[in-house]
Design a protein around this ligand. Structure first.
Ligand code: DQA
Length: 152
């Protein structure tokens, strides 16, 4: 049986607090709930996923570096590092994998400092404002990108 394409799903700082963190902004679902939703959608799409969270910029950079040769695409919610991290942007450029950026909230309806994203400058697309559903949409987008790349 053919090996399924693999997608690294990375979550940045404070996303471990989902469910209790500003639920009026981020909803009541926990990160475990989001992972469960991703597992269900990935199974439906025939993808394997590796779902992780870190509060540390360097750890996220290391995981992105290690994705080369291990995964076929990256889905990234970098949390606040979205708006600050050139290191994460450089790591994404180095691995040269398709990236889909996700945010639970609509960052463009929020404070001006959230309107700029370093990740967006390299992402193939951005999904924001649909809560946890956005992760499922990102997996659908990634499935298409992998298929279009001609991966067997
Ligand atoms: C977020 C939006 C960011 O601005 C914020 O710092 C987060 C979460 C989102 O998913 O809506 O931590 O990435």
């Amino acid at each position: 049986m053919a090996i399924q394409p693999s997608v690294l799903i990375l979550n940045g700082p404070n996303l471990n607090l989902l469910g209790t963190r500003e639920p009026h902004v981020y909803g009541r679902e926990t990160l475990d709930d989001v992972e469960g939703l991703c597992q269900d959608e990935a199974a439906r799409l025939g993808l394997d996923i590796d779902f992780r969270q870190s509060n540390h910029e360097g750890e996220l950079v290391t995981w992105i570096q290690e994705a080369r040769g291990e995964h076929d695409a990256i889905i990234l919610n970098a949390g606040a590092y979205t708006h600050t991290s050139i290191a994460i942007l450089d790591a994404l450029a180095a691995v040269d994998l398709p990236v889909v950026e996700v945010h639970l909230s609509n960052i463009f309806r929020r404070e001006a400092f959230r309107h700029h994203s370093y990740v967006s400058t390299i992402a193939r697309g951005v999904i924001c404002g649909f809560g946890s559903h956005g992760y499922g949409l990102a997996l659908q987008a990634v499935a298409r990108l992998i298929e279009a790349s001609g991966r067997p």
